[in-house]
Design a protein around this ligand. Structure first.
Ligand SMILES: [Zn+2]
Length: 204
């Protein structure tokens, strides 16, 4: 009887994530629109949230516990985002953004990590995560790789766990903006981020 009950409950038990905790940070929100493009009209805050929700879905399916810094179109300060990650003792932090440049031909995907000399272990882990996520992103989207880069962004500098900031493409580039408006393309980006995170923990 017990075995029967367990078999019945098993599909639901997997929802009770026991894996590592990953914070997914959808960039911008509320009054902070982030980058914008026209024809087609596009706001970074919407793309980042759409992507973050998909990443949560895929990481959840892989057994990870996911914490979101925002789940709606709300303004959340950078310090609040960092606090969410640090206070929950999360294992990893991934910030999702889309890029913008004055040069409309600029395109491709880049992933940032913070080079903190005071914590070389965290820096090395962040660099490794950035590299794994970027590889999966390029593989899935066929976009141009702009590489893994050092960045001094607040959310990846002040968080205590390994952290990256993904710039998933240029809203300012008409071609890439069109791709980003396609939910299927965002889905590939989200799957790639989730795959990269999963690889990071499996390679540990
Ligand atoms: Zn941004």
């Amino acid at each position: 009887m017990r075995a029967f009950l367990l078999a019945l409950l098993l599909p639901f038990l997997s929802l009770n994530a026991t894996g590592p905790t990953v914070v997914i940070d959808a960039g911008h929100g509320g009054l902070d629109l982030g980058a914008r493009g026209y024809k087609p009209y596009c706001e970074e805050k919407r793309l980042s949230l759409q992507t973050a929700k998909l990443v949560k879905k895929y990481l959840g399916q892989l057994g990870y516990h996911v914490i979101m810094t925002r789940v709606s179109d709300a303004f959340i300060s950078l310090s609040k985002r960092v606090e969410t990650a640090n206070k929950t003792g999360s294992d990893l932090f991934v910030s999702v953004h889309y890029n913008s440049s004055r040069n409309p031909t600029a395109k491709g995907i880049e992933v940032f990590f913070c080079d903190a000399k005071s914590n070389t272990l965290r820096t090395a882990s962040s660099r490794k995560l950035a590299s794994l996520v970027l590889t999966r992103l390029i593989h899935r989207t066929k976009a141009i790789s702009r590489g893994v880069k050092k960045g001094n962004f607040y959310v990846i500098r002040e968080t205590k766990m390994p952290a990256i900031l993904v710039e998933g493409g240029f809203i300012s580039n008409p071609g890439e903006r069109n791709l980003l408006k396609d939910p299927k393309y965002l889905d590939q980006i989200a799957r790639a981020i989730a795959d990269g995170v999963d690889q990071y923990f499996k390679k540990k």
